[in-house]
Ligand binder design. Sequence first.
Ligand SMILES: C[S@@+](CC[C@H](N)C(=O)[O-])C[C@H]1O[C@@H](n2cnc3c(N)ncnc32)[C@H](O)[C@@H]1O
Length: 320
Amino acid sequence: MTLTTAELAANFTGKAKSYWTTERINKLKSGHKYHVLPSNAPLLLRALGLLNKDASMSADSTRKFIQVNHLLAQFKPHLEDLNNRHGKIRILDAGCGSSFLTFILAWAYQEIWSHKALLIGIDNNETLITKNNKISDDMNVSEILKFSTSPIADANWEKLLAEHDPEADPDPKKSRPHAVVALHACDTATDDAIALGIRLKADFIAVAPCCQAELARKWKDMADLGITNPLKPAYHNPHLRREIAAHMTDLARVLILRGHGYEVTTTEFTMSHATPKNTLIMATRRGNYHKESQAEYADLAAWMGGSEISLAAKAPFSTN
Ligand SMILES: C[S@@+](CC[C@H](N)C(=O)[O-])C[C@H]1O[C@@H](n2cnc3c(N)ncnc32)[C@H](O)[C@@H]1O
């Protein structure tokens, strides 16, 4: 006899309930306040690969479990702020990959906040999108969590809404995404996500950049051309060039976001031992173009010998 998805889900939830006694939960929490627990989120933790078939958790998964809770804690205040301001929250996860974050958020919208939401993950990897849709069904969140195959730069929000939320207000100002997130979208895909968020006037943009290679490539070309400026010593040192260029890329992103009227904070994405790609840029739209940050970006680009990040062209400052 083949069990339905709902029966399999009920089966696993039952197993988790019996396995995760109060004593085991307290040991797992070891004094911390975690929102996601095997007792209240068994299907989520199974979908993320953190619970075994018998609902137990390995030592390695326990470390990832702590990261899951840390990640939710980072986003929670920002999303609760959006929840207080909007009746139905729309979130776009750009370059969602296996969609770790969006599964957690979909769970939180259903189980913690009980707030209306639509979360859409896009990625140019069709295989992952098909897999995510199946997991979304298994987790019972497919009503609010949808996936589509699309390159970030070509993402058409109106088309995505028409596909996944046909009842949304056709006025794009009223049906914009409230949040655009991109975790470890490779190299300039992060810039595509930021540009998309700025263009759609998302209230909140959060990116954890990775593989920021664009400036380092430009600096190498400048070294080959013998172009002189204060950063020249870094141009000739591949390791330093990559490291400095990655940080300069993120600083340039911060200034461009500020120039577009976002209030920006940067922080560690997760515990420092977990990943070397550990910067999280969080930006909240306040609406006023910030001329000083626009000038600071121009100064920074000039100081770097005129090398700019592609986000500058993807999200140009308005001239008025
Ligand atoms: C390192 S994975 C991160 C996935 C996920 N956000 C996470 O944090 O687990 C990067 C993902 O971005 C996707 N990606 C990279 N460039 C993209 C682009 N230009 N458009 C759409 N997806 C892209 C890749 O297919 C991959 O799934």
